[in-house]
Design a protein around this ligand. Sequence first.
Ligand code: UGA
Length: 438
Amino acid sequence: MRMTVIGCGYLGAVHAACMAELGHDVVGVDVDPEKIAALQAARAPFYEPGLPELLERTMASGRLRFTTDIAEAAGSRVHFICVGTPQKKGEFAADLRFVDAAVNSLLPHVGPGELVVGKSTVPVGTASRLAAALQAAQPEAHLVWNPEFLREGFAVQDTLAPDRLVYGLPGGTAQQAAKAVMDEVYATPLSRDTPLVVTDYQTAELVKVAANSFLATKISFINAMAELCETVNADITSLADAIGHDDRIGRKFLNAGLGFGGGCLPKDIRAFMARAGELGADQTLTFLREVDSINMRRRIRMVDLAREVCEGSLIGRRVAVLGAAFKPDSDDIRDSPALNVAAQIRLQGGDVVLTDPAALDNARKALPDIAYAETVEEAVAGAHVVLLLTEWKQYRELAPEALAPLVAEKRILDGRNALDPTRWRTAGWTYRALGRPR
Ligand code: UGA
């Protein structure tokens, strides 16, 4: 099937390559010429495991190409909208500028019988509004809302083998035809057993933000328990293991530490609260405000802990920060807890030296007034305290004996509960973590 993917960021680039992998003929469109130039050369414009190989393979097959010219959407059976919906500056609400621009530029090129399929995370009600615009421009085309649940770092795998598919379909006579096209899009051996939820636009839109709100709530719940563990010197990791054995709770997303960041969870819960307010249902989601506050408090606590182990002041203290990305296997620093902590420590007079295996370039641009190092060894040289803030595999595997001769003081703060406290303490280090006994 010939299809268009509009927006070639973390979502769209992966979606386009995966659709080509499934055998479709795909054109990816983006307004950013730099991004398109990279993709045209089969280079991923961001770090995502497996994506470079997939791009190379699908582009060599001739099934995937990229352009800045939206007119090339003409003739596609399906047009996916994959642009970002960031948080508005100074407000909680989502900024729909890119969605509206993408749809408006697409409309003149949509033909009869074609589908426009929204994948971006949007406030409930957006799909109906876009469907009306589509109807006005091309009465014989239809809109489907098909939210995406991929995780960065696992984006290729999540797209090719999703947990579930959700189709928000138009009502009336268009429904069956729209569903048949969607089934053809995802008709692969992999998705044959994928659970499918067929519903209306507003439910499909809500599913996405409800899922992300639940995940954020789960993380903040365990981080609230971590705060209590700190008060009574209990151990959050044992607590999470113990409650996680109950299948109704589950151990996943109960990793306490610095909390959630990234381009999705933080802005999605805020946009959800803002939308509920607009709908006159603000009370319904006030708990998400608390979810957000618990999350932000963890960052402050980490800075306080660093100051505490440095005898009450960070001024002139050399602080090695391991990690800038909002999570491992990503170069994404949007709302990164690690970078936020590094910035706060700098503000309090600490001499920060930060390293990260993938996000250094992005971090340098966002936070130019700290020092950067290419390697862990360089970063920790002469450090008064080492902070592990993003749990990259290579940081989890660090050996206390190897780092000891490099640092000025053997102190490590584990912001992600990624290290074995006994091992570090036995090697003579002061080990502190969020939610674990001293
Ligand atoms: C999230 C959702 O997990 C995806 O299902 C969704 O599709 C995506 O947002 C989106 O809306 O596009 P992502 O932002 O890639 O995916 O990252 P997550 O793996 O959810 O992690 C989010 C943050 O939570 C990270 O900062 C991570 O370090 C933190 N986290 C995660 C914890 O602090 N504890 C945990 O137990 C799990």
